[in-house]
Design a protein around this ligand. Structure first.
Ligand SMILES: Cc1ncc(COP(=O)(O)O)c(C=O)c1O
Length: 439
């Protein structure tokens, strides 16, 4: 019998009971369920790094704004499907204050989480041009966006950006764009799962090519302002959250409130559509919608049948948070810096025990400390490593489900681990390194 930090026999038994062939090949939710069961059976706490959930309390301004709205009775009333007017104005103001980007309130649409924004955008973009039927994913990426494509029966292609950073990105993107079948591109920045952040040169390349080939860029800013190497927290002052919006007028931004405002439970996000795209007319849309205007079809032909807008009270919650942030009364970046502090400590512990960071630089700079990081261990692929780590009370997911080509890579999320668990992490990784010495 092996002596591992979590009882070897119980882990093996729970694994068998779960019916999972391999932890390394399981989905995030399957891993969560398995770890819940092992924790219950052993009374030991895992270092849980599998799920990307906020680990902080919700922004107070939002909770108060939402409660007040509920007390006023908004729950009884359908909200406008394009979003309530004051919120649309405040989103537009937020984008100006924190990105220095000008977008009309018309194109600022609250959605049922960023998730719905993506779903609605994919539907629209795939119908914009006759003969152009493919989305390009700059991977690694958020697996649910691909799941949405599969559900909608939409085509996509993808490449791992690991070997195409900086100027190399131009040729790679252009090769896809020249095929004539790409209608749009999606990536997240900072990136889930790798936490790479595109620099201005890369954003400029993406923007210039989008304009040249008339391709829409979907920039997923789920981790808005969370590249803590820079201070993006001051409204109306540089530096601003970097964005492709500075380099093309053909874009949709998805700004989630889930992580930046710890508001995941209320399922409210923002879709911000450039003026040019919102007001644009596209002949092919008339085959599907009453109108060929992009913004009109999005609101009245897509958001309407999907959900008739999003929760009325959550819109007031978001309004209150944005107002406080825009007015400089609420430093939302400061309140999520905890993730960066934890990442720094965790990465140090991993590195000291023979592990390596997989996506380790933004070209010439070490990767930022934030919500996620990626790691590997010499001699193991991701599946083998995850299968072993579960006996050491550590759970995470493989990068393979994110479109990464780094088969050795694992994603670690920093949100759920508590500062007082760092000692446990260190002890467990030390034992792992002793049990599997690097040859
Ligand atoms: C890259 C990325 N996009 C979108 C989302 C979903 O955001 P929301 O909770 O606003 O739907 C997430 C959540 O984890 C994410 O990581």
């Amino acid at each position: 019998m092996k002596k591992t930090p979590i009882d070897y026999n119980i882990v093996t038994e729970k694994l068998q009971e779960s019916g999972l062939k391999s932890v390394g090949k399981s989905s995030i939710r399957e891993i969560k369920k398995l770890v819940d069961e092992i924790e219950n059976a052993t009374d030991e706490k895992f270092i849980r790094m599998e799920m990307g959930v906020p680990g902080l309390p919700p922004a107070q301004a939002g909770v108060e704004g939402q409660i007040e709205a509920l007390k006023r009775g908004v729950a009884a009333i359908y909200p406008d499907i394009m979003g309530i007017k004051p919120l649309k104005k405040e989103i537009s103001r937020f984008v100006k204050k924190f990105m220095n980007v000008d977008v009309s309130p018309d194109g600022c649409i609250p959605t049922v989480g960023s998730m719905q924004g993506g779903f609605a955008a994919f539907l629209m973009l795939s119908r914009m041009h006759k003969g152009r039927d493919t989305t390009l994913f700059i991977d690694p990426g958020f697996p649910v966006h691909k799941m949405q494509h599969k559900v909608l029966n939409l085509k996509f292609e993808s490449f791992d950006v690991y070997n195409y950073r900086g100027e190399k990105l131009r040729e790679k993107l252009e090769a896809y764009f020249k095929t004539g079948k790409i209608h749009s591109v999606i990536y997240s920045n900072p990136n889930n799962p790798s936490w790479i952040c595109f620099n201005e040169t890369e954003l400029k390349i993406i923007g210039e090519l989008a304009t040249k080939y008339d391709i829409v860029i979907m920039e997923d800013l789920a981790y808005f302002g969370m590249d803590f190497r820079q201070d993006y927290s001051k409204p109306g002052e540089p530096p601003y959250q970097p964005s492709v919006a500075n380099y093309t007028d053909n874009y949709i931004l998805f700004i989630s409130s889930s992580k930046a405002f710890s508001y995941a439970g209320e399922r409210i996000g923002m879709m911000v559509i450039s003026n040019n795209l919102y007001n644009g007319h596209f002949e092919n849309l008339a085959n599907y919608y009453a109108n060929d205007q992009f913004g009109y079809s999005l609101v009245f032909g897509t958001i309407y049948p999907l959900s008739s807008g999003t929760s009325h009270s959550a819109q007031y919650g978001l309004l209150a948070m944005l107002k406080a942030a825009n007015n400089g009364d609420f430093n939302f970046v400061e309140s999520v810096k905890e993730y960066g502090k934890k990442a720094k400590i965790m990465k140090k512990i991993f590195l000291e025990n023979g592990f390596q960071i997989v996506y380790h630089t933004d070209i010439d700079q070490p990767i930022a400390d934030g919500f996620y990081f990626t790691f590997s261990y010499p001699g193991f692929d991701a599946e083998e490593l995850l299968n072993k780590l579960v006996y050491y009370g550590i759970s995470a997911i493989s990068l393979l489900i994110t479109g990464s080509e780094r088969s050795e890579g694992i994603r670690a999320c920093t949100s759920l681990i508590q500062m007082n668990q760092m000692e446990d992490l260190e002890k467990r990784l030390k034992q792992f390194a002793m049990d599997y010495p690097v040859k």
